[in-house]
Design a protein around this ligand. Structure first.
Ligand SMILES: Cc1cc2nc3c(=O)[nH]c(=O)nc-3n(C[C@H](O)[C@H](O)[C@H](O)COP(=O)(O)O)c2cc1C
Length: 238
Protein backbone atom coordinates (compact mmCIF):
# COMPACT_ATOMS: atom_id res chain seq x y z
CA UNK A 1 0.00 0.00 0.00
CA UNK A 2 2.83 2.36 0.92
CA UNK A 3 4.48 1.54 -2.42
CA UNK A 4 1.23 2.37 -4.28
CA UNK A 5 0.90 5.72 -2.46
CA UNK A 6 4.54 6.54 -3.26
CA UNK A 7 3.97 5.66 -6.93
CA UNK A 8 0.87 7.85 -7.06
CA UNK A 9 2.78 10.76 -5.48
CA UNK A 10 5.60 10.39 -8.05
CA UNK A 11 3.10 10.36 -10.92
CA UNK A 12 1.39 13.53 -9.60
CA UNK A 13 4.77 15.27 -9.31
CA UNK A 14 5.71 14.36 -12.89
CA UNK A 15 2.37 15.72 -14.23
CA UNK A 16 2.58 18.95 -12.32
CA UNK A 17 6.20 19.58 -13.51
CA UNK A 18 5.19 18.93 -17.10
CA UNK A 19 2.30 21.43 -16.80
CA UNK A 20 4.58 24.14 -15.32
CA UNK A 21 7.03 23.65 -18.19
CA UNK A 22 4.42 24.54 -20.82
CA UNK A 23 3.26 27.79 -19.14
CA UNK A 24 6.00 30.21 -20.22
CA UNK A 25 5.47 29.29 -23.88
CA UNK A 26 1.90 30.55 -23.61
CA UNK A 27 2.60 33.69 -21.63
CA UNK A 28 5.72 34.71 -23.57
CA UNK A 29 3.65 35.37 -26.67
CA UNK A 30 1.47 37.83 -24.76
CA UNK A 31 2.57 41.51 -24.72
CA UNK A 32 4.01 42.43 -21.36
CA UNK A 33 1.99 45.62 -21.17
CA UNK A 34 -0.83 46.96 -23.30
CA UNK A 35 1.44 49.94 -24.12
CA UNK A 36 3.48 47.75 -26.49
CA UNK A 37 0.41 47.29 -28.63
CA UNK A 38 -1.02 50.80 -28.65
CA UNK A 39 2.17 52.85 -28.69
CA UNK A 40 2.61 54.04 -32.29
CA UNK A 41 4.88 56.99 -31.42
CA UNK A 42 7.91 56.93 -33.75
CA UNK A 43 11.30 56.58 -32.13
CA UNK A 44 13.93 59.12 -33.18
CA UNK A 45 15.54 56.55 -35.48
CA UNK A 46 12.26 55.69 -37.16
CA UNK A 47 11.21 59.28 -37.67
CA UNK A 48 12.92 59.55 -41.07
CA UNK A 49 10.77 56.90 -42.70
CA UNK A 50 7.04 56.68 -43.15
CA UNK A 51 5.36 55.43 -40.02
CA UNK A 52 2.56 52.98 -39.58
CA UNK A 53 0.03 55.15 -37.78
CA UNK A 54 -3.47 56.38 -38.38
CA UNK A 55 -2.33 59.89 -39.37
CA UNK A 56 -3.96 61.29 -42.49
CA UNK A 57 -1.24 63.93 -42.98
CA UNK A 58 2.25 63.30 -44.29
CA UNK A 59 5.25 65.63 -44.34
CA UNK A 60 7.66 64.88 -47.17
CA UNK A 61 10.91 66.80 -47.49
CA UNK A 62 14.23 66.93 -49.25
CA UNK A 63 17.12 68.75 -47.57
CA UNK A 64 20.81 68.82 -48.25
CA UNK A 65 23.27 69.40 -45.40
CA UNK A 66 26.66 70.74 -46.34
CA UNK A 67 27.97 69.89 -42.87
CA UNK A 68 26.86 68.07 -39.74
CA UNK A 69 29.33 69.85 -37.48
CA UNK A 70 28.55 73.31 -36.15
CA UNK A 71 32.21 74.07 -35.28
CA UNK A 72 34.19 76.35 -37.60
CA UNK A 73 31.58 76.34 -40.35
CA UNK A 74 32.32 78.08 -43.63
CA UNK A 75 29.75 80.66 -44.73
CA UNK A 76 28.22 78.16 -47.17
CA UNK A 77 27.96 75.46 -44.54
CA UNK A 78 26.38 77.94 -42.13
CA UNK A 79 23.87 78.90 -44.83
CA UNK A 80 22.83 75.29 -45.33
CA UNK A 81 22.03 74.39 -41.72
CA UNK A 82 20.31 75.69 -38.64
CA UNK A 83 21.48 74.99 -35.08
CA UNK A 84 18.56 74.37 -32.72
CA UNK A 85 19.38 73.63 -29.08
CA UNK A 86 22.90 72.60 -30.12
CA UNK A 87 21.62 70.19 -32.78
CA UNK A 88 22.59 70.74 -36.42
CA UNK A 89 19.55 70.46 -38.70
CA UNK A 90 19.17 71.25 -42.35
CA UNK A 91 17.02 74.29 -43.13
CA UNK A 92 14.14 72.51 -44.86
CA UNK A 93 14.43 69.59 -42.46
CA UNK A 94 13.87 71.95 -39.54
CA UNK A 95 10.71 73.41 -41.10
CA UNK A 96 9.53 69.85 -41.79
CA UNK A 97 10.02 68.90 -38.14
CA UNK A 98 8.06 71.93 -36.89
CA UNK A 99 5.21 71.10 -39.28
CA UNK A 100 5.24 67.44 -38.21
CA UNK A 101 5.18 68.34 -34.53
CA UNK A 102 2.24 70.69 -34.88
CA UNK A 103 0.11 68.62 -37.24
CA UNK A 104 0.66 65.13 -35.81
CA UNK A 105 1.78 64.05 -39.29
CA UNK A 106 3.97 61.17 -40.36
CA UNK A 107 7.22 62.09 -42.07
CA UNK A 108 9.13 60.86 -45.11
CA UNK A 109 12.54 62.08 -46.19
CA UNK A 110 13.40 62.02 -49.89
CA UNK A 111 16.93 60.68 -50.12
CA UNK A 112 18.89 60.07 -53.30
CA UNK A 113 20.06 56.54 -54.01
CA UNK A 114 23.47 58.05 -54.81
CA UNK A 115 24.27 60.58 -52.08
CA UNK A 116 24.91 64.16 -53.14
CA UNK A 117 28.35 65.66 -52.44
CA UNK A 118 28.52 67.84 -49.33
CA UNK A 119 31.17 70.15 -50.78
CA UNK A 120 29.31 73.33 -51.74
CA UNK A 121 30.88 74.05 -55.12
CA UNK A 122 30.66 70.42 -56.24
CA UNK A 123 27.01 70.30 -55.15
CA UNK A 124 26.15 73.55 -56.91
CA UNK A 125 27.75 72.28 -60.16
CA UNK A 126 26.03 68.90 -59.93
CA UNK A 127 22.67 70.53 -59.31
CA UNK A 128 23.14 72.74 -62.37
CA UNK A 129 24.16 69.74 -64.47
CA UNK A 130 21.10 67.77 -63.35
CA UNK A 131 18.89 70.68 -64.26
CA UNK A 132 20.51 71.10 -67.69
CA UNK A 133 20.02 67.39 -68.37
CA UNK A 134 16.45 67.32 -67.01
CA UNK A 135 17.72 64.46 -64.83
CA UNK A 136 15.59 62.20 -62.63
CA UNK A 137 17.88 61.09 -59.78
CA UNK A 138 16.72 57.82 -58.21
CA UNK A 139 15.08 57.97 -54.77
CA UNK A 140 16.18 55.51 -52.09
CA UNK A 141 12.91 54.59 -50.33
CA UNK A 142 9.21 54.47 -51.12
CA UNK A 143 6.08 55.68 -49.35
CA UNK A 144 4.25 52.37 -48.95
CA UNK A 145 1.01 53.59 -47.40
CA UNK A 146 0.22 56.65 -49.50
CA UNK A 147 -3.51 55.86 -49.62
CA UNK A 148 -3.93 56.71 -45.94
CA UNK A 149 -2.93 60.36 -46.39
CA UNK A 150 -5.16 63.12 -47.69
CA UNK A 151 -2.90 66.09 -46.98
CA UNK A 152 0.74 66.04 -48.00
CA UNK A 153 3.18 68.79 -47.07
CA UNK A 154 6.10 68.80 -49.50
CA UNK A 155 9.26 70.74 -48.69
CA UNK A 156 12.45 71.45 -50.62
CA UNK A 157 15.21 74.04 -50.92
CA UNK A 158 15.26 76.38 -53.92
CA UNK A 159 17.99 75.15 -56.24
CA UNK A 160 18.82 77.31 -59.22
CA UNK A 161 15.41 78.99 -59.19
CA UNK A 162 13.59 75.65 -59.22
CA UNK A 163 13.00 72.49 -57.20
CA UNK A 164 15.97 70.10 -56.96
CA UNK A 165 15.56 67.58 -59.81
CA UNK A 166 14.96 64.78 -57.32
CA UNK A 167 11.59 66.43 -56.60
CA UNK A 168 10.72 65.84 -60.26
CA UNK A 169 11.61 62.17 -59.73
CA UNK A 170 9.31 62.22 -56.72
CA UNK A 171 6.35 63.73 -58.58
CA UNK A 172 6.94 61.29 -61.47
CA UNK A 173 6.77 58.39 -59.03
CA UNK A 174 3.56 59.29 -57.17
CA UNK A 175 0.07 60.30 -58.22
CA UNK A 176 -1.49 62.61 -55.65
CA UNK A 177 -4.89 62.83 -57.34
CA UNK A 178 -7.63 63.63 -54.86
CA UNK A 179 -5.13 64.76 -52.23
CA UNK A 180 -4.10 68.22 -51.04
CA UNK A 181 -0.48 69.22 -51.55
CA UNK A 182 0.94 71.95 -49.32
CA UNK A 183 4.34 73.15 -50.58
CA UNK A 184 6.97 74.69 -48.29
CA UNK A 185 10.50 75.73 -49.03
CA UNK A 186 13.65 77.45 -47.83
CA UNK A 187 15.79 79.66 -50.02
CA UNK A 188 18.58 82.22 -50.26
CA UNK A 189 16.42 85.02 -51.65
CA UNK A 190 14.33 83.51 -54.48
CA UNK A 191 11.37 82.26 -52.43
CA UNK A 192 9.35 79.64 -54.27
CA UNK A 193 10.37 80.88 -57.77
CA UNK A 194 7.83 79.20 -60.11
CA UNK A 195 7.77 75.90 -58.23
CA UNK A 196 4.15 76.01 -57.08
CA UNK A 197 2.94 76.29 -60.68
CA UNK A 198 5.31 73.47 -61.62
CA UNK A 199 3.88 71.20 -58.92
CA UNK A 200 0.36 72.02 -60.11
CA UNK A 201 1.39 70.98 -63.64
CA UNK A 202 3.04 67.77 -62.42
CA UNK A 203 0.06 66.79 -60.21
CA UNK A 204 -3.02 67.99 -62.12
CA UNK A 205 -5.41 65.79 -60.12
CA UNK A 206 -4.52 67.27 -56.74
CA UNK A 207 -5.51 70.42 -54.90
CA UNK A 208 -2.53 72.68 -54.32
CA UNK A 209 -2.34 75.10 -51.41
CA UNK A 210 -0.86 77.90 -53.49
CA UNK A 211 0.16 80.02 -50.54
CA UNK A 212 2.39 77.40 -48.93
CA UNK A 213 5.14 78.49 -46.58
CA UNK A 214 8.45 79.92 -47.70
CA UNK A 215 11.29 81.15 -45.50
CA UNK A 216 14.77 82.52 -46.11
CA UNK A 217 17.72 80.54 -44.79
CA UNK A 218 18.68 83.76 -42.97
CA UNK A 219 15.57 83.71 -40.78
CA UNK A 220 14.74 80.01 -40.58
CA UNK A 221 16.42 79.85 -37.17
CA UNK A 222 13.62 81.97 -35.68
CA UNK A 223 10.80 80.77 -37.93
CA UNK A 224 8.98 78.42 -35.54
CA UNK A 225 6.33 80.96 -34.39
CA UNK A 226 5.66 81.96 -38.01
CA UNK A 227 5.31 78.34 -39.09
CA UNK A 228 2.88 77.62 -36.25
CA UNK A 229 0.87 80.80 -36.98
CA UNK A 230 0.62 79.80 -40.65
CA UNK A 231 -0.47 76.27 -39.77
CA UNK A 232 -3.12 77.63 -37.41
CA UNK A 233 -4.52 80.19 -39.87
CA UNK A 234 -4.63 77.59 -42.62
CA UNK A 235 -6.39 75.09 -40.35
CA UNK A 236 -3.62 72.44 -40.47
CA UNK A 237 -2.83 72.15 -36.76
CA UNK A 238 -3.82 68.95 -34.96
C1 LIG B 1 22.75 73.76 -55.48
C2 LIG B 1 22.13 74.94 -54.80
C3 LIG B 1 21.47 75.89 -55.55
C4 LIG B 1 20.83 76.95 -54.92
N1 LIG B 1 20.15 77.86 -55.70
C5 LIG B 1 19.42 78.84 -55.08
C6 LIG B 1 18.63 79.74 -55.84
O1 LIG B 1 18.58 79.70 -57.06
N2 LIG B 1 17.91 80.68 -55.19
C7 LIG B 1 17.92 80.77 -53.81
O2 LIG B 1 17.23 81.62 -53.27
N3 LIG B 1 18.69 79.93 -53.08
C8 LIG B 1 19.43 78.97 -53.66
N4 LIG B 1 20.17 78.11 -52.91
C9 LIG B 1 20.16 78.23 -51.44
C10 LIG B 1 19.25 77.23 -50.77
O3 LIG B 1 17.94 77.31 -51.31
C11 LIG B 1 19.15 77.50 -49.27
O4 LIG B 1 20.43 77.53 -48.69
C12 LIG B 1 18.29 76.47 -48.58
O5 LIG B 1 17.85 76.98 -47.36
C13 LIG B 1 18.99 75.14 -48.33
O6 LIG B 1 18.10 74.27 -47.68
P1 LIG B 1 18.52 72.87 -47.05
O7 LIG B 1 19.48 73.14 -45.93
O8 LIG B 1 17.24 72.30 -46.55
O9 LIG B 1 19.12 72.04 -48.13
C14 LIG B 1 20.87 77.07 -53.51
C15 LIG B 1 21.58 76.13 -52.76
C16 LIG B 1 22.21 75.09 -53.40
C17 LIG B 1 22.96 74.08 -52.56
Amino acid sequence: MKKLTALLLILMLVFSLAACGSDPQVTETEPETSEEVVNTEPSEEESEATQVSDANTLVVYFSMPETTNSDNMTEEEDNSVVVIDGEVLENTQYVAYVIQENTGADIFRIEPETPYPTDHDTLVDLAAEEQDNDARPAIKDRIENLEQYDTIFIGYPNWWGDMPMILYSFFDEYDFSGKTIVPFNTHGGSGFSNTINTIAELEPGSTIDREGFTVSRNTVQDAEPDIIAWLETSGYTK
